[in-house]
Write a protein that binds this ligand. Structure first.
Ligand SMILES: Nc1ncnc2c1ncn2[C@@H]1O[C@H](COP(=O)(O)OP(=O)(O)O)[C@@H](O)[C@H]1O
Ligand SMILES: [Mg+2]
Length: 312
C-alpha cells in the first residue's frame, strides 16, 4: 500500500451553497471550497453537508462530479432549499445576504455519525456558519464526539450568523484554529475586552494575547492570516512562525476564498506530513494564487497541475 492510500481522510463539515449574483450562480461555501481543493490534490476527503431538491442543489452536485468527490456525506433534504447567499454587486463592495433556514442548517446527526464511523477521519475541518441552527450544531457535536481526529477550526465569522457561545465552544473543541485579523479583533474583544478603537497593540502584545488564547482554549496552534501580508502561526510551546515574503501573485482579481485555499493547503500538508514551515509557505503561495483568479475555486482544473508538479 502506498502512503496516499493509507492516509485517513479529512472530514469536512458544513455548508455547500450557491452565491447568487442574479446574473450567475457560483457554487461556494467555505467547507465546500476546502473539500474541492483537497479533492483536486487527490487527498482523501469527505464533505458532510445537506442540500435541497432544486437547481442550486444540482449545481452543487455537478461540482461533486467535476471534482470526483464521494457523495457519501451528502444528505438530501426533501423540503429545505439548498443554501444560497444573495450577492449584490456594486462598484465599491459586494453586499451579501446569507439566507436563513437552508438545507445545510439541517444536517442529520445519525446519518453524519454513520459516515464518520465508516470513514475514520484523521482530521475534521469545521467552521461556525453551519452551526447557526441547532440541528447542524448537534450533528457536528455528535460527530466530533465520535472521533479522535485532529480538529481544525476556520472560525470564518459572518456578521449576524453566529453567537458568542458558539465561538467559545468551537474554540474549546478545536486543536488548531485559523482566524483572520478581523476575527482576532472579535476574539480580543470578547475574551480580553480589547476594543478595536483602543490604542493599537504592539507586536509583543498581540503575541502575548495569542498565547493567552492558546492557553484559554487548550489549542495546539492558532493561525492568523494577514491578507497580502501572509500569516503567523502561534503554537502552544511559544513558537511563532511567520510568512511574509511569499511570491506575491502577479495581480489580484478578488480575495474570495483566500482563507479557504490557505486552510486546504495547510490540511494537505498535515495529511502529507510536510514540515510546518514548508506547509505554511505553500499555503500562503497557493492562497495568493487564488486571489489572481476570479472566485474561490478555479473553473479550469488545469490550475492545480503546476502546484502538483511543484510539490511532488
Ligand atoms: N491580496 C493578497 N495578496 C496575496 N495573498 C493574499 C492576499 N489576500 C489574501 N492572501 C493570502 O490568503 C491568505 C488568507 O487571506 P485572509 O484575507 O487573511 O483570510 P480570509 O480569507 O479568511 O479573510 C493570506 O494568509 C495570504 O496567504
Ligand atoms: Mg476566512
Amino acid at each position: 500500500m502506498n502512503s496516499a492510500a493509507a492516509t485517513a481522510p479529512c472530514l469536512v463539515f458544513g455548508e455547500a451553497l450557491v452565491d447568487d449574483f442574479s446574473t450567475e450562480q457560483v457554487v461556494g461555501g467555505a467547507p465546500f471550497n476546502v473539500a474541492r481543493h483537497l479533492a483536486a490534490f487527490m487527498a482523501p476527503q469527505l464533505l458532510v453537508t445537506r442540500i435541497g431538491n432544486d437547481a442550486a442543489g444540482q449545481a452543487v452536485r455537478a461540482e461533486f462530479e467535476r471534482f470526483a468527490m464521494s457523495e457519501a456525506g451528502l444528505q438530501l433534504d426533501a423540503m429545505e432549499e439548498t443554501g444560497r447567499v444573495l450577492v449584490e454587486r456594486s462598484a465599491r463592495a459586494h453586499r451579501f445576504t446569507i439566507l436563513p433556514n437552508q438545507a445545510y442548517d439541517f444536517i442529520d446527526r445519525d446519518t453524519a455519525l454513520t459516515v464518520v464511523e465508516a470513514a475514520q477521519p484523521g482530521i475534521v475541518y469545521f467552521g461556525t456558519l453551519a452551526q447557526r441552527n441547532e440541528r447542524s450544531r448537534t450533528a457536528l457535536n455528535a460527530l466530533l464526539g465520535a472521533t479522535g481526529a485532529l480538529r481544525y477550526l476556520d472560525l470564518n465569522l459572518r456578521e449576524g450568523q453566529y453567537e458568542e457561545r458558539t465561538v467559545t465552544r468551537s474554540l474549546q473543541a478545536a486543536n488548531i484554529a485559523k482566524v483572520n485579523e478581523e476575527e482576532l479583533q472579535v476574539l480580543f474583544k470578547s475574551y480580553f475586552q480589547i476594543k478595536p478603537d483602543d490604542p493599537a497593540l504592539s507586536a509583543e502584545e498581540v503575541r502575548a494575547s495569542c498565547q493567552a488564547l492558546l492557553q484559554m482554549f487548550s489549542l495546539d496552534a492558532l493561525i492568523l492570516t494577514l491578507g497580502h501580508r501572509g500569516s503567523a502561526y502561534f503554537s502552544a510551546d511559544g513558537q511563532v512562525v511567520t510568512h511574509r515574503d511569499n511570491p506575491a501573485p502577479p495581480f489580484v482579481i478578488d480575495t474570495v476564498g483566500a482563507g479557504d485555499a490557505f486552510s486546504a493547503i495547510f490540511l494537505l500538508g498535515k495529511m502529507r506530513g510536510w514540515e510546518l514551515d514548508v506547509t505554511l509557505g505553500r499555503a500562503n503561495e497557493f492562497a495568493g494564487a487564488i486571489c489572481a483568479i476570479p472566485g474561490a475555486v478555479p473553473r479550469d482544473l488545469g490550475f492545480y497541475d503546476q502546484w502538483m508538479r511543484k510539490w511532488r
